[in-house]
Design a protein around this ligand. Structure first.
Ligand code: DX5
Ligand code: ZN
Length: 227
């Protein structure tokens, strides 16, 4: 049976010296995607990794690689990440002055196109581009680091994003990224999240495979409340 909520472990909190092993653990635990956080030290105050790591991961897992570009000039790197094996590329609305062109370029590369939005950016910044994208990452923390606390306004933003999509007649995949845990997962799904990204909650756990299952179970409590 297809999962109703998708779980995307973020490798930002994984042990990079044992990356393949850590990814196969969460794969065995039922993860749907592997979320890869790319940071440039400019758009966010941290550095992570680039296309070489995506390429290496591509060889070691069959899970889709969901690539979140937290970088100032994403246009210069789209092709490199697509070639490395991303199945979906997200660019931040805050750094793309020509967003239609950027999204069109991602599609030309035959990769799903997503747009990411920071917690303090008004949702109306998405209005003109929503009909063009396959996915939206609604950031629930200021990006840059794993292990932060989800901002409480996230629930209201999720509901408003849902409403905006409904009013435009579009249906992009809605992804929540930052501070997701077993306590807030069901509330996030109730408010409209379809994919939950979790780094610290999975890889800082002594049993990452079990943590994926626990998060899914917690998230799917939302469905049992509906039925
Ligand atoms: C935030 C990143 C997230 C982060 C999520 O800068 O975009 O993907 O790794 O990690 P947790 O679940 O630890 O907040
Ligand atoms: Zn991310």
């Amino acid at each position: 049976m297809a999962h109703r909520v998708r779980i995307a472990p973020s490798i930002l909190s994984a042990d990079f010296a044992r990356l393949a092993e850590q990814v196969s653990l969460v794969e065995a635990g039922g993860a749907d995607w592997i979320h890869c956080d790319i940071m440039d030290g400019h758009f966010v105050p941290n550095l992570s990794f680039g296309p070489l790591v995506i390429e290496a991961l591509r060889r070691s897992t069959s899970l889709p690689l969901d690539v979140h570009l937290m970088i100032e000039n994403p246009d210069a790197y789209l092709e490199a990440f697509a070639r490395a094996g991303a199945f979906q590329l997200h660019v931040h609305v805050e750094v793309c002055p020509h967003l239609h062109r950027t999204i069109a370029r991602i599609r030309e590369l035959e990769v799903r196109a997503g747009v990411a939005i920071n917690p303090a950016t008004p949702l109306w910044a998405l209005e003109e581009i929503l009909p063009e994208v396959d996915a939206v990452i609604l950031m629930s923390v200021d990006p840059g680091f794993g292990g932060q606390q989800l901002l409480p306004r996230t629930y209201d933003r999720l509901r408003r994003l849902r409403e905006l999509c409904r009013s435009l007649g579009v249906n992009p995949t809605i992804i929540i990224d930052g501070g997701v845990n077993t306590h807030n997962a069901a509330h996030l799904v109730e408010a409209g999240a379809e994919v939950l990204v979790a780094g610290h909650g999975i890889f800082a756990h002594p049993d990452p495979a079990g943590a994926v299952g626990a998060l899914r179970q917690a998230a799917e409590r939302a469905f049992s409340r509906w039925t």
